[in-house]
Design a protein around this ligand. Structure first.
Ligand code: AP5
Length: 215
């Protein structure tokens, strides 16, 4: 099964993807997490991506498609795949179709998470992310047991540079301009697209996401 979680920054794609990946026994592929890992490791890709990410811009399609192709090549060809934050442009969506069709696969389900801009800004302003394992917390709703320390691995929790208020607003504009067109794209695609209202508690959202995916 190949599933895409689509939606604006801060809507809860990563939060839902961690649970859904376990439910479908699949690989959670977050291009944001892969890029942050590349930055931590100081790779050439990480250096190239840094400026775009900190400014809230999209990293160029060619870099992202290479990253995803390389990552897919490292996993079993029949693995269930759960994409989070990818694709983000129609060029990336076409690139994904082409990579999948090369191995006789296709996108099976696309789930769009939706919430108001006010909610997205609030979630991102309160988000705290682990520098070591990437786990996500929130100072308002989903706090870590010890402030500033990751419950999972004990690593330091930080406020992402791109979660600063001005950058958040820019990321929302970039989403509208470059990623929102994927909604119509997938509504017309063989996979279709199912919408989930994400402005509710995490467990309620999760139930609807599971129903949408059919697991
Ligand atoms: P990326 O890391 O993918 O960021 P994003 O898509 O902007 O998504 P976020 O990680 O901000 O949010 P999310 O929807 O996962 O929400 P989360 O679960 O954390 O990308 C970062 C950058 O990398 C991009 O700007 C770009 O530069 C680059 N990039 C990445 N992929 C790219 C691509 N394909 N092409 C080009 N460039 C790319 O939740 C947010 C907060 O809300 C958390 O604190 C969480 O605890 C809380 N929360 C979640 N759900 C709920 C709920 N139901 N109720 C209350 N709080 C909740």
């Amino acid at each position: 099964m190949v599933v895409i979680l689509l939606g604006p920054p801060g809507v809860g794609k990563g939060t839902q993807a961690v649970r859904l990946a376990a439910a479908i026994d699949g690989e959670h592929i977050s291009t944001g997490d892969l890029l942050r890992a590349a930055r931590r490791d100081g790779t050439e890709l990480g250096k190239q991506a840094q400026g775009y990410m900190d400014a809230g811009e999209l990293v160029p399609d060619a870099l992202i498609l290479d990253l995803v192709r390389d990552h897919l090549a490292s996993m079993p060809s029949e693995a269930s795949l759960l994409f989070d934050g990818f694709p983000r442009t129609t060029a990336q969506a076409d690139g994904l179709d082409s990579v999948l069709s090369g191995v006789g696969r296709q996108v099976d389900r696309v789930v769009l998470l939706e919430a108001s801009n006010e909610t997205l800004v609030e979630r991102m302003s309160g988000r705290r992310s682990c520098m070591d394992c990437g786990a996500v917390f929130n100072v308002h709703l989903n706090t870590s047991e010890i402030e500033g320390v990751c419950d999972n691995c004990g690593g330091p929790l930080i406020h992402r540079i791109d979660d600063e208020p001005d950058t958040v607003l820019h990321r929302l504009e970039v989403y509208q301009e470059q990623t929102a067109p994927l909604v119509a794209h997938y509504e017309a695609h063989d996979s279709g697209l199912l919408r989930v209202q994400a402005e509710r508690g995490m467990d309620d959202v999760y139930l609807d996401v599971r129903n949408a995916v059919g697991v």
